[in-house]
Ligand binder design. Sequence first.
Ligand SMILES: Cc1cc2nc3c(=O)[nH]c(=O)nc-3n(C[C@H](O)[C@H](O)[C@H](O)COP(=O)(O)OP(=O)(O)OC[C@H]3O[C@@H](n4cnc5c(N)ncnc54)[C@H](O)[C@@H]3O)c2cc1C
Length: 478
Amino acid sequence: MLRIAIIGGGISGLSAAFTLEKSRRGGALLDYVLYESGPRLGGVLLTERSNGCIFEAGPDSFLTEKPWARELCRELGLEDQLVPSNDAERKTYILKKGRLVEIPDGLLFLVPTKILPTLWSPLFSARTKLRMALEWFHPPRKSSQDESVAAMVERHYGREMVDGLADPLLSGVYGGEASQLSVQAVLPRLVEMEATYGSLGRAMLAARKQAASANRRPARPLFTALKEGMQQMVDAVLSRLPPTSLRLRTEVQAVERQDAGWMVSTPPRSEQFDGVIVATPAPVAAGLLRGTSAPLGEELLGIPYTSSITVNLVYDQAVRTWLPPGFGFLVPASEGRRILAATFVHNKFPYRAPEDRALLRCFIGGARNEILFALSDEEIVEIASQELEQIMGLRADPLSARLYRWKSAMAQYGVSHLERLARIDNLLSPLPSLALAGNAYRGIGVPDCIRTGHEAARKLLSFLGLAAKTAPAATDAP
Ligand SMILES: Cc1cc2nc3c(=O)[nH]c(=O)nc-3n(C[C@H](O)[C@H](O)[C@H](O)COP(=O)(O)OP(=O)(O)OC[C@H]3O[C@@H](n4cnc5c(N)ncnc54)[C@H](O)[C@@H]3O)c2cc1C
């Protein structure tokens, strides 16, 4: 019987376990153990319910375009539980000089593709609008050198576009800054477009035309959520895994090579395995693997993380009626606020709140605000309420509030991240029975994390000669 350890019980580790479980049910002589240091599985995926409201502590949905989360849900029998974002209501605002301004229609991945809405938008100055027109003639870029998202956006559209749009959009997704994030890792599509067309505007229009003629299916929603929240995905995976494979409240403290396998230490115990999947945040992986390969530990430690706090606030019917339409707003750093973004949850997805309640979710923190972690829950709720009043004029007190702190949970793909990943792959090549999964590598969203979990499991199954045995879908409880 071959044995595999999975370290970390977030969605990446759970996806790896799900793939191994399918293989085990398909007849592979395989035993696996999933170690999780916390008291529950799911990592940052956590949903709580209160008085008919659904509070998402971490992610509230996933990008529909990336298939891996949808596919996992289908395999788990959750297809009828998937709910689309209300894209008819899809308006997002940006705070500009203390006022919420709607992002103009036709902006795709930071690229303006519709002339009139952009021309009329008060979001951009006349100078930036002129830059947008001239961008049409931008020459293709010859260099393959990575740069920051800010550098690329500035070359095409000028500084105002970086501060007013790129930065708040990225801090809403990564909690990071456009000047720090790698364009090759975060927006690879724009890099390809620039190399081929020069102008991002022309490239985006060409891509849209091509997609429209190739694909006559109805447009997919931008985001997909689950009726009862993201926790549904975690619970459904767990119902497929044998409880004997799961070790909660068990922090792995060391992973060491031993003979042809690995020794996983959870003092006072140690267990021997033939393969190991490390699905923890990269700094933890660095600590666990430094003894095996110091250079690998150094590379993993070099991937920075930011923290965030999500604050769910429930308001009454009057607030729901009063709020502007749309999904919510983003806040550029130049506005000097602590809220990075706020979602009008009851507008974005169905089934999130009763008809007579408004549910707002604020994001606080990011690279600039780590200091807020020292504050109490009450102080943070007070900050969120005060800033909602200053930004939107929302004077009502919330009926209830629930906040969640995620310390160092979001990986930041810095400039040259892809080069670092190539070095990590090289360092892993003499260690075929070791695999990494998680949000530190090739995508921080839930779908990419699921993909990395599946890939890590498949790598080990293949190395251990177990790849052929996989049941079609693990549908029954064990
Ligand atoms: C606030 C927030 C909002 C987000 N919103 C979205 C969104 O809307 N859509 C989207 O697609 N993505 C979103 N993301 C990103 C996405 O949710 C995460 O990148 C992804 O869920 C990370 O999963 P993971 O399993 O790699 O890591 P984690 O969820 O961090 O799990 C890692 C696990 O490892 C465990 N662990 C750590 N050390 C050890 C150890 N020594 N031994 C054993 N276990 C250990 C931890 O306890 C944890 O459970 C969001 C993230 C956050 C924080």
